[in-house]
Design a protein around this ligand. Structure first.
Ligand code: CMP
Length: 266
């Protein structure tokens, strides 16, 4: 889901995940630290990567079961608290991630701390793959918006797979083309829609087609997705309430006139 925006906020707590000699704030329950895993993993949370979830990820759709097993073997599960930062822009990368539960925001920051939220990653979504293909540093920050669990997949086994079977790279092309499409749409929104229109569009996207929903992000984060200040986004929401298009109580929203909201989002 594409989001582009700017927001103000303090730089969040940093978690540096890939260094196996250091324990990140998000708990690493990978194969490399069984003691930590035994001590900190409640029974209710799986302590091995979910192969079915991995097999359902579009990037891995063409992998054979033994290939899924090979990447799952090398994987680790990481538990994140709200606000934990998996990595920041410019970090030296070694792994990509698949979300098992929770939500992770992909964001860029301006030098004065404002935030532009590029995407929200949810269960089954994959991120952190770009440096695997361009050998550059992290292009953006990844931060947990709520308690989350992610699977961390080291680049090396994937690199070996792509060298052995280059035809698998078609899925990579499709993933990156999808990212470009989302970015194009977000760019067009920033040119063609005003703040009110972008707020309507984001609310519709976050509603997931349900008329009643709980906003999964804070007002600050919503503003970061819309690409406007919190005040301007609040004003837009207040205008929708006045017009009778939505009702709101804290994070609970009810869309009462979807047609008008959709029209405003065009
Ligand atoms: P990486 O560069 O490792 O770190 C940031 C990640 O955010 C990047 O890999 C992609 O997985 C993801 N990402 C970057 N730009 C976008 C975008 N426009 N839409 C969705 N995801 C993105």
């Amino acid at each position: 889901m594409p989001f582009q925006g700017r927001d103000r906020g303090p730089r969040p707590q940093m978690v540096r995940p890939p260094d196996p000699t250091r324990s990140p704030k998000g708990v690493d329950r990978g194969r490399g630290c069984p003691r930590l895993r035994d001590a900190l993993c409640p029974d209710s949370i799986a302590d091995v990567p979910d192969r079915e979830l991995l097999a359902a990820v579009e990037l891995f759709a063409d992998l054979r079961p033994d290939e899924i097993d090979a990447i799952a073997e090398a994987a680790a599960i990481r538990i994140l608290n709200r606000g934990d930062v998996l990595f920041v822009e410019g970090d030296d990368p070694h792994e990509l991630f698949v979300v098992v539960s929770g939500r992770v925001a992909i964001a860029n920051r301006s030098i004065d701390g404002r935030e532009s939220v590029l995407a929200l990653m949810e269960r089954g979504d994959l991120f952190g793959e770009m440096p695997l293909f361009d050998n550059l540093a992290r292009s953006a920050e990844a931060r947990a918006l709520e308690p989350s669990e992610v699977i961390a997949l080291p680049y090396e086994p994937l690199r070996q797979l792509y060298e052995l079977r280059p035809a698998l790279l078609w899925k990579v092309v499709a993933l990156l083309a999808g990212r470009i499409r989302n970015t194009d749409e977000a760019l067009a929104d920033s040119v063609f829609l005003d703040v009110t229109g972008r707020t309507a569009k984001r609310l519709l996207e976050l509603s997931g087609d349900a008329d009643e929903f709980s906003l999964p992000v804070t007002q600050e984060e919503l503003a970061g997705m819309v690409g406007a200040s919190r005040e301007r986004v609040n004003k837009a929401i207040a205008s929708f309430i006045r017009l009778g298009w939505i009702e709101q109580s804290d994070r609970r929203y009810r869309i009462t006139n979807r047609e008008q909201l959709e029209r405003r989002a065009r």
